[in-house]
Design a protein around this ligand. Structure first.
Ligand code: GRF
Length: 194
Protein backbone atom coordinates (compact mmCIF):
# COMPACT_ATOMS: atom_id res chain seq x y z
CA UNK A 1 0.00 0.00 0.00
CA UNK A 2 1.39 3.39 -0.97
CA UNK A 3 1.79 5.89 1.83
CA UNK A 4 0.03 9.26 1.76
CA UNK A 5 2.68 11.81 0.80
CA UNK A 6 2.52 15.10 2.69
CA UNK A 7 3.90 18.54 1.89
CA UNK A 8 3.92 20.82 4.93
CA UNK A 9 3.90 24.63 4.71
CA UNK A 10 4.73 26.61 7.86
CA UNK A 11 5.99 30.02 8.90
CA UNK A 12 6.81 29.45 12.55
CA UNK A 13 7.86 27.13 15.29
CA UNK A 14 6.48 23.97 13.75
CA UNK A 15 4.91 22.25 16.74
CA UNK A 16 2.10 20.85 14.57
CA UNK A 17 4.65 19.58 12.06
CA UNK A 18 6.48 17.94 14.96
CA UNK A 19 3.29 16.26 16.19
CA UNK A 20 2.66 14.89 12.68
CA UNK A 21 6.26 13.72 12.23
CA UNK A 22 6.22 12.12 15.72
CA UNK A 23 2.97 10.27 14.93
CA UNK A 24 4.55 8.93 11.74
CA UNK A 25 7.72 7.90 13.60
CA UNK A 26 5.64 6.18 16.29
CA UNK A 27 3.81 4.17 13.64
CA UNK A 28 0.40 5.65 14.49
CA UNK A 29 0.13 7.59 11.21
CA UNK A 30 0.78 5.78 7.95
CA UNK A 31 2.07 8.71 5.90
CA UNK A 32 5.32 10.32 4.85
CA UNK A 33 6.37 13.99 4.97
CA UNK A 34 8.07 14.52 1.61
CA UNK A 35 8.88 18.21 1.89
CA UNK A 36 8.56 21.16 4.28
CA UNK A 37 8.42 24.67 2.83
CA UNK A 38 8.52 28.02 4.61
CA UNK A 39 8.19 31.68 3.67
CA UNK A 40 10.44 32.54 6.62
CA UNK A 41 14.11 31.75 6.07
CA UNK A 42 15.02 31.06 9.71
CA UNK A 43 11.73 29.43 10.72
CA UNK A 44 12.12 26.72 13.35
CA UNK A 45 9.93 24.40 11.25
CA UNK A 46 12.72 24.18 8.61
CA UNK A 47 15.29 23.24 11.26
CA UNK A 48 12.95 20.60 12.71
CA UNK A 49 12.46 19.07 9.26
CA UNK A 50 16.19 19.00 8.51
CA UNK A 51 16.90 17.33 11.87
CA UNK A 52 14.59 14.55 10.70
CA UNK A 53 16.28 14.28 7.30
CA UNK A 54 13.28 15.75 5.48
CA UNK A 55 13.78 18.07 2.51
CA UNK A 56 13.18 21.62 3.74
CA UNK A 57 13.27 24.75 1.65
CA UNK A 58 12.75 28.48 2.10
CA UNK A 59 10.63 30.08 -0.62
CA UNK A 60 11.05 33.85 -0.91
CA UNK A 61 7.47 35.16 -0.64
CA UNK A 62 8.18 38.42 -2.47
CA UNK A 63 7.07 41.91 -1.53
CA UNK A 64 3.63 41.28 0.00
CA UNK A 65 2.90 40.75 3.71
CA UNK A 66 -0.20 38.56 3.65
CA UNK A 67 -0.04 36.79 0.30
CA UNK A 68 2.56 35.37 -2.05
CA UNK A 69 4.03 36.87 -5.18
CA UNK A 70 2.74 34.77 -8.13
CA UNK A 71 6.27 33.50 -8.83
CA UNK A 72 6.56 32.29 -5.23
CA UNK A 73 3.29 30.41 -5.51
CA UNK A 74 4.44 28.81 -8.79
CA UNK A 75 7.66 27.78 -7.08
CA UNK A 76 5.73 26.14 -4.25
CA UNK A 77 3.58 24.23 -6.75
CA UNK A 78 6.72 23.03 -8.55
CA UNK A 79 8.37 21.87 -5.32
CA UNK A 80 5.23 20.09 -4.06
CA UNK A 81 4.71 18.34 -7.41
CA UNK A 82 8.36 17.36 -7.62
CA UNK A 83 8.03 15.75 -4.19
CA UNK A 84 4.95 13.81 -5.36
CA UNK A 85 2.76 15.35 -2.65
CA UNK A 86 -0.83 14.05 -2.27
CA UNK A 87 -1.94 16.34 0.57
CA UNK A 88 -0.75 19.85 1.41
CA UNK A 89 -0.79 20.52 5.16
CA UNK A 90 -0.67 24.12 6.36
CA UNK A 91 0.84 24.17 9.84
CA UNK A 92 1.25 27.70 11.13
CA UNK A 93 1.34 29.09 7.58
CA UNK A 94 0.69 32.82 7.77
CA UNK A 95 -0.19 33.79 4.19
CA UNK A 96 -3.30 33.62 2.05
CA UNK A 97 -3.19 31.07 -0.75
CA UNK A 98 -4.60 31.66 -4.23
CA UNK A 99 -4.48 30.11 -7.67
CA UNK A 100 -2.26 28.48 -8.92
CA UNK A 101 -1.66 26.59 -5.68
CA UNK A 102 -5.36 26.06 -4.93
CA UNK A 103 -5.98 24.87 -8.47
CA UNK A 104 -3.00 22.52 -8.41
CA UNK A 105 -4.34 20.68 -5.30
CA UNK A 106 -8.14 20.90 -5.35
CA UNK A 107 -9.58 19.75 -1.97
CA UNK A 108 -6.08 18.64 -1.17
CA UNK A 109 -4.97 21.59 1.00
CA UNK A 110 -5.89 21.64 4.69
CA UNK A 111 -5.22 24.08 7.51
CA UNK A 112 -5.46 24.07 11.30
CA UNK A 113 -6.84 27.15 13.02
CA UNK A 114 -6.87 27.85 16.78
CA UNK A 115 -10.61 28.46 17.28
CA UNK A 116 -13.95 26.78 16.70
CA UNK A 117 -14.56 28.28 13.26
CA UNK A 118 -16.55 30.16 12.07
CA UNK A 119 -15.88 31.94 15.40
CA UNK A 120 -12.69 34.00 15.56
CA UNK A 121 -11.06 33.72 12.13
CA UNK A 122 -7.81 35.61 11.53
CA UNK A 123 -4.85 36.35 13.76
CA UNK A 124 -4.41 35.35 17.42
CA UNK A 125 -7.78 33.64 17.61
CA UNK A 126 -7.13 32.59 21.24
CA UNK A 127 -6.82 36.28 22.21
CA UNK A 128 -10.02 37.05 20.36
CA UNK A 129 -11.77 34.29 22.33
CA UNK A 130 -10.47 35.64 25.67
CA UNK A 131 -11.48 39.21 24.83
CA UNK A 132 -14.96 38.05 23.81
CA UNK A 133 -15.38 36.28 27.16
CA UNK A 134 -15.91 32.89 25.47
CA UNK A 135 -16.29 29.97 27.91
CA UNK A 136 -15.11 27.52 25.30
CA UNK A 137 -12.89 27.64 22.24
CA UNK A 138 -10.83 25.02 20.42
CA UNK A 139 -9.29 24.23 17.09
CA UNK A 140 -10.54 23.46 13.60
CA UNK A 141 -9.10 21.58 10.64
CA UNK A 142 -10.60 22.81 7.39
CA UNK A 143 -10.08 22.73 3.65
CA UNK A 144 -8.38 25.87 2.35
CA UNK A 145 -10.23 28.16 -0.03
CA UNK A 146 -9.34 31.69 -1.23
CA UNK A 147 -10.91 33.27 1.89
CA UNK A 148 -9.47 33.68 5.36
CA UNK A 149 -10.12 30.56 7.48
CA UNK A 150 -13.38 30.12 5.56
CA UNK A 151 -13.07 26.71 3.88
CA UNK A 152 -15.24 23.69 4.62
CA UNK A 153 -14.75 22.33 8.13
CA UNK A 154 -13.35 18.79 8.43
CA UNK A 155 -13.02 18.35 12.20
CA UNK A 156 -12.99 20.33 15.44
CA UNK A 157 -11.82 19.83 18.98
CA UNK A 158 -13.23 21.75 21.96
CA UNK A 159 -11.07 23.40 24.62
CA UNK A 160 -12.40 25.09 27.77
CA UNK A 161 -11.43 28.65 28.66
CA UNK A 162 -10.49 28.56 32.36
CA UNK A 163 -10.69 31.29 34.98
CA UNK A 164 -7.34 33.06 35.13
CA UNK A 165 -6.33 32.05 31.59
CA UNK A 166 -3.84 34.36 29.89
CA UNK A 167 -3.41 34.38 26.11
CA UNK A 168 -0.36 32.18 26.62
CA UNK A 169 -2.01 29.53 28.82
CA UNK A 170 -5.05 29.36 26.57
CA UNK A 171 -2.98 29.10 23.40
CA UNK A 172 -0.88 26.33 24.98
CA UNK A 173 -4.03 24.35 25.85
CA UNK A 174 -5.37 24.82 22.31
CA UNK A 175 -2.06 23.66 20.85
CA UNK A 176 -2.23 20.43 22.88
CA UNK A 177 -5.59 19.78 21.22
CA UNK A 178 -4.16 20.68 17.79
CA UNK A 179 -1.38 18.14 18.22
CA UNK A 180 -4.00 15.39 18.68
CA UNK A 181 -6.48 16.60 16.07
CA UNK A 182 -4.17 17.23 13.10
CA UNK A 183 -2.58 13.73 13.01
CA UNK A 184 -6.06 12.20 13.54
CA UNK A 185 -7.47 14.04 10.52
CA UNK A 186 -4.47 13.15 8.35
CA UNK A 187 -4.91 9.51 9.42
CA UNK A 188 -8.37 9.61 7.78
CA UNK A 189 -6.91 10.97 4.53
CA UNK A 190 -4.30 8.20 4.68
CA UNK A 191 -7.02 5.56 5.15
CA UNK A 192 -8.91 6.88 2.11
CA UNK A 193 -5.79 6.61 -0.02
CA UNK A 194 -5.09 3.02 1.00
C1 GRF B 1 -1.24 27.11 15.53
O1 GRF B 1 -1.86 27.62 16.68
C2 GRF B 1 -2.19 27.01 14.37
O2 GRF B 1 -3.50 26.80 14.77
C3 GRF B 1 -2.05 28.37 13.74
O3 GRF B 1 -0.71 28.71 13.89
C4 GRF B 1 -0.15 28.03 15.01
C5 GRF B 1 1.04 27.27 14.50
O4 GRF B 1 1.80 26.70 15.49
N1 GRF B 1 -2.51 28.30 12.36
P1 GRF B 1 3.03 25.74 15.12
O5 GRF B 1 3.96 26.51 14.18
O6 GRF B 1 2.49 24.51 14.48
O7 GRF B 1 3.68 25.48 16.43
Amino acid sequence: MEKLKLGVLGSGKGSNFRAIADAIAAGSLDAEVRVVLSDVENAEILALARERGIEAEFVDPGRFKTKLEPEAEERIVTLLRRAGVDLVVLAGWMRMIKAPLLEAFPRRIINIHPSLLPAFPGLEAWKQALLAGAKETGCTVHYVDPGMDSGEIIAQSRVPVLAGDTPETLHARIQEAEHELYPAVIRKFAAQKG
